[in-house]
Design a protein around this ligand. Structure first.
Ligand code: COA
Ligand code: AMP
Length: 639
């Protein structure tokens, strides 16, 4: 269903050109969508370092914009959050007034325990409304939250505790996966034990299905604290103050703490709901993601609430809770007009229900559009979704760093047509270029480094937590005057962006961003492992899966199978089950160039059954025979 028309003639073009021609005026207009305590003196400070800053001098409060102003403005009784838990069968609706009441009281609890503006609070929770309430309570106080995805294990949590040094941690007794209960509290206790920094308090939400053991003095029971809490008012913060830190995979085991500011974030996200997603205040919107990811921050919690929408918070999976019709049931039951998920979720639904038979019986008449992001949308999944749902299916491209979409065939600015294989033209505010290795802009159609011409629009990261130099080195140093996305791709003659591959060692597993470097660090920590390589290989459902190849120490008696078992368990234990790192094998040697670089790309091509050529610089061509054989024992290439 390829509907190409000349997009250069529509409303989008006018907006796009204005956003680049006069960004100050464009974003000052958009900022009218937000309530300010004090106006800014400078819309954009281009001279700020390490990156330009938006709405400098302005003061506001993010929680006020998400809740209070809607309660006083006539939405008190409108649903703000619909919690739909397919794993427990519970459905609860929280009005704006109810969410505000809980958020103000939790802010009171935190304040009474000494948490104030600028203090960090880690939130380690499953997909329950209390997670969103905790985020908003921090925002209310001007405290900086850092949500850690529940699928990460103690090791990853400990790294984050040491990096952001939280005064408090908010968690729950457990999360629920399809076939097991995840006990969060022992994972949290272990992380605090490993970490050097210790929080003063942990506030634990005890779920009915599992009551966690508490450490007297440190741990506080959410329900008990809330019962006696004094509601706390919004604390004014500078537009440039941090709202949150969200850690994302870098090229080492040390994740990058992406900082989001308050003012620019609120302006960009509020603007995006209407202009990109075409969703209006009062409508029901659903981002089927997790609050632990940027999609959850931006489009489960903040953007829909800034815009006065109802946001569905879904605790469940696309399949298995109970079946591949779960998404269609949620859309129908709650009158969802538009939803957002990752292509992997659609692929797994399609795998279980290729004919879309489970859509039958669900009233999807109010449903208007499907947005997909987080990984490349393959044209087959796009075509299947368009055909089965009969609504526009929009691929859009963004990153934890940017906080909101860089490219999209936006629905709220007239018709921006879809081109399969492309997440669309750049969204207003994003000045894009594909650059060659010498930093020169490439002609249409040529693959290069996809970069954003500075300054970036509001909402994108101003720097990294505790790592200003790393921010410059990682994103700004490669090409003078540009932010480097670390995605490679091209821009076609119509301005459409095609994202082809990462330029670093990040792989994308079921929409989760993982660093092969971080996985290799875990494998290398095993005493028997002398050398290793982790490679991302194609997977029909998850997009990519990691494969680990180990070279063992010589001169020591080894039980290869035991080492493999140990390292698989270590990844699960230190990084978490989401790494899905199950395919690991021992090899005698790894193929390398004469200068010692492991030929990961060639190994991936063999595993993916792609055409590959013997690299001219390889030190020993025979080695590929063994690699091919070992990949075969792991089931690669898939037939
Ligand atoms: N807490 C604890 N464990 C978690 C978890 C969480 N929040 N989320 C996932 N896990 C576990 C799973 O139980 C699984 O464990 P297992 O190895 O014991 O089976 C493992 O981590 C891998 O999980 P996942 O990658 O989710 O695979 P899956 O087979 O359970 O489900 C999909 C596959 C496609 C259904 C699922 O990955 C999905 O819905 N992905 C969408 C991702 C997404 O929304 N990304 C955000 C960007 S929009
Ligand atoms: P994350 O920071 O986890 O959101 O991951 C961001 C990365 O996911 C991007 O840099 C891309 O590599 C990939 N990605 C996200 N959306 C898309 C998309 N629509 N098409 C292709 N790749 C995408």
């Amino acid at each position: 269903m390829f509907r190409y028309v000349d997009f250069m003639t529509n409303e989008y073009t006018a907006m796009y050109e204005r956003s680049l021609g006069d960004p100050d005026a464009f974003w000052a207009d958009a900022a009218r969508g937000i309530d300010w305590i004090k106006p800014w003196h400078s819309v954009l400070d281009r001279d700020a370092t390490p990156a330009a800053r938006w709405f400098v001098g302005g003061e506001m409060n993010t929680c006020y914009n998400a809740l209070d102003r809607h309660v006083s403005g006539g939405r008190a009784d409108q649903a703000a959050i619909i919690y739909d838990s397919a794993v427990t069968g519970v459905i609860e609706t929280y009005t704006y007034a109810e969410v505000l009441d809980r958020v103000a009281r939790l802010a009171g609890v935190l304040a009474a325990r000494g948490v104030g503006k600028g203090d960090r609070v880690i939130i380690y929770m499953p997909m329950i409304p209390q997670a969103a309430i905790a985020m908003l309570a921090c925002a209310r106080l001007g405290a900086i939250h850092s949500v850690v995805f529940g699928g990460f294990a103690s090791g990853e949590l400990a790294v984050r505790i040491d990096d952001c040094e939280p005064k408090a941690i908010i968690s729950a007794s457990c999360g629920l996966e399809v076939n097991r209960t995840i006990e969060y509290k022992p994972l949290l206790d272990r992380a605090i034990e490993i970490a050097t920094h210790k929080p003063d308090h942990c506030i634990i939400y005890q779920r009915d299905m599992l009551v966690a053991d508490m450490e007297p003095g440190r741990d506080l029971d959410w329900a008990e604290e809330m019962a006696s809490a004094v509601p706390h008012d919004c604390v004014p913060v500078a537009a440039t103050d941090p709202l949150y830190i969200l850690y994302t995979s870098g090229t080492t085991g040390q994740p990058k703490g992406i900082i989001r500011d308050n003012g620019g974030h609120a302006v960009a996200l509020k603007w995006s709901m209407q202009n990109i997603y075409d969703v209006s205040p009062g409508e029901v919107w659903w981002a089927a993601s997790d609050v632990g990811w940027v999609v959850g921050h931006s489009y489960i919690v903040y953007a829909p609430l800034f815009h006065g929408c109802t946001s569905v918070l879904y605790e469940g999976k696309p399949v298995g809770t109970p079946d591949a019709g779960a998404f269609w049931r949620v859309i129908a039951d709650h009158g969802v007009v538009s939803m957002f998920t990752a292509p992997t979720a659609i692929r797994v639904i399609r795998q279980h229900d290729p004919d879309g038979a489970l859509m039958a019986g669900h009233d999807l008449s109010r449903y208007r559009s499907l947005f997909l992001a987080g990984e490349r949308l393959d044209p087959a999944t796009l075509a299947w979704s368009e055909e089965k749902l009969g609504v526009p299916v929009i691929d859009h491209w963004w990153q934890t760093e940017t906080g909101w979409p860089i490219a999209a065939a936006s629905l709220g600015m007239g018709t921006v047509p879809v081109k399969p294989g492309s997440p669309g033209p750049p969204v207003p505010g994003w000045d894009m270029a594909a650059l060659g290795p010498d930093g020169v802009e490439l002609p249409a159609g040529e693959i290069g480094a996809l970069c954003v011409r500075l300054p970036m629009p509001p909402g994108s990261l101003p720097t990294l937590w505790n790592a200003g130099q790393r921010f410059v080195d990682t994103y700004l140093s490669g090409f003078d005057g540009f932010y480097e996305t670390a995605d490679a791709g091209y821009i076609d003659e119509d301005g459409y962006i095609f994202v082809m591959a990462r330029t670093d060692d990040i792989i994308n597993v079921a929409g989760h961003r993982l660093s092969t470097g971080a996985l290799e660090e875990v494998l290398m920590s095993h005493p028997s492992v002398a050398e290793c390589a982790v490679i991302g290989v194609a997977d029909a459902v998850k997009g990519q899966l990691p494969i680990g190849l180990l070279v063992l120490q010589v001169g020591v008696e080894q039980d290869n199978e035991a080492v493999v078992r140990d390292v698989v368990a270590a990844v699960r234990d230190q990084i978490g089950p989401v790494a899905a790192s199950k395919s690991t094998a021992v090899v005698k040697r790894l193929p390398k160039t004469r200068s010692g670089k492991i030929l990961r790309g060639t190994i991936a091509k063999i595993a993916d059954d792609d055409e590959w050529k013997m690299p001219a610089t390889v030190d020993d061509p025979v080695i590929f025979d063994e690699i091919t054989e070992v990949l075969g024992t792991l089931g690669y290439p898939r037939r």
